[in-house]
Design a protein around this ligand. Structure first.
Ligand code: NAP
Length: 320
């Protein structure tokens, strides 16, 4: 099969398009014929060697694939060859024509969701679901600021928060991104490249502040986030690429909290909640992954450049 391999940590040029043996499913494993693989920012940190998790080299990147079950190992009962599925992590990597997953890492892909959309489910939607419900304990009557709403996690969070009835404020850095954020359901949109936009956000809440902030770039925004919160507000740190100084008094004055998480640390019970919510939302049409761009698998190096560039409008996926 064709697959992307990383032999050395480094720049996007380390993503090599190669021919390797197609894996075979062992007991409890599922072999998926991958039709699309989602490109997540953490794939780039892992490739660069800067992510806390360093896979043994060489490795094939990617946790989010969508495709069709090709074969199953002994003991697998939940899926069978021919089933449409998406993966929530893989054993062998999603950037390939075939990938192996454990049985509990594959989930049914509803017929209404394309393979490219399916490649944008696991990391973005589980992250958004967990942040909103398990970390922030968001209620329908609350105001949610999605700080970085135009990308994979942001668009997922808009759709989920909109489903339960929250008032949503979303930011993006381009006109295209702002249009998307509005179209997906944000009640108010703000350009995070514009000076003074955080004061506009507070004005947009009538001066009260926001109850929940989902933060995609904490090293840039956390200090301002703390000043935009309502009393008992919560900042949930999802993305961070560096250091920042904050004024703790901003938390004290609002009896507020800032907390963070990584998706890999979720408990089984939390993960089951995420899958139940996501599965229902995909089936009833409330959740519709947004595909910004499809590139052929061999263009993985370009996809890694694009995913870190400004101007997000949903997910970048690799097709095979
Ligand atoms: P993405 O699709 O590349 O989107 C990035 C988002 O960040 C876009 O909406 C982008 O907006 C926005 N952004 C850029 N500059 C910003 C600024 N100054 N202020 C606020 N937002 C800004 O990435 P993603 O998949 O949504 O992931 C977002 C972040 O969360 C990444 O850092 C990722 O590594 C992290 N993440 C963490 C977890 C976890 O387990 N904690 C899970 C998933 C993702 P424009 O492009 O419109 O400027």
């Amino acid at each position: 099969m064709k697959a992307i391999l990383v032999h050395e940590f480094g720049g996007p040029e380390q993503l090599k398009f190669e021919e390797i043996p197609t894996p075979k499913p062992a007991t409890g494993q599922v072999l998926v014929r991958v039709r699309a693989a989602g490109v997540n920012p953490y794939d780039t940190y892992m490739r660069a060697g800067t992510y806390p998790v360093k896979p043994p080299l060489p490795y094939t990147p990617g946790s989010d694939a969508a495709g069709v079950v090709e074969a199953v190992g002994d003991g697998v009962t939940k899926v069978k060859p021919g089933d449409r599925v998406y993966t929530a992590s893989t054993i062998t990597g999603a950037y390939a024509e075939y990938c192996l997953s454990l049985e509990n890492q594959v989930r049914t892909l509803p017929a209404s969701i394309s393979f490219s959309q399916g490649a944008g489910i696991f990391v973005p939607y589980a992250t958004a679901y967990h942040a909103l419900f398990h970390e922030a304990k968001t209620r329908a009557s609350e105001t949610v600021l999605i700080h970085g709403a135009s990308g994979g996690v942001g668009t997922a969070a808009i759709q989920i928060a909109r489903t339960i009835g929250c008032t949503i404020l979303g930011t993006a850095g381009t006109a295209k991104g702002l249009d998307l954020v509005k179209r997906e359901g944000a009640h108010q949109t703000f350009d995070h490249t514009k000076p003074g936009y955080t004061q506009e956000i507070v004005k947009g809440t009538g001066g009260r502040g926001v109850d929940v902030i989902l933060e995609m770039l904490a090293n840039v925004n956390l200090s301002n986030d703390l000043k935009m919160l309502a009393i008992h507000g919560r900042v949930i740190i999802i993305g961070n690429r560096g250091e920042i100084t904050i004024t703790p008094r901003d938390l004290m004055a609002r009896r507020s909290v800032a907390r963070g998480f990584t998706l890999w640390a979720l408990t089984e019970a939390e993960m089951n909640d995420c899958f139940a919510g996501i599965g229902a939302g995909l089936s009833n049409g409330m959740l519709r992954p947004i595909v910004a761009k499809e590139l052929p698998l061999k263009d993985a190096p370009q996809a890694h450049v694009d995913v870190l560039a400004p101007g997000a409008s949903g997910k970048i996926v690799l097709t095979t």
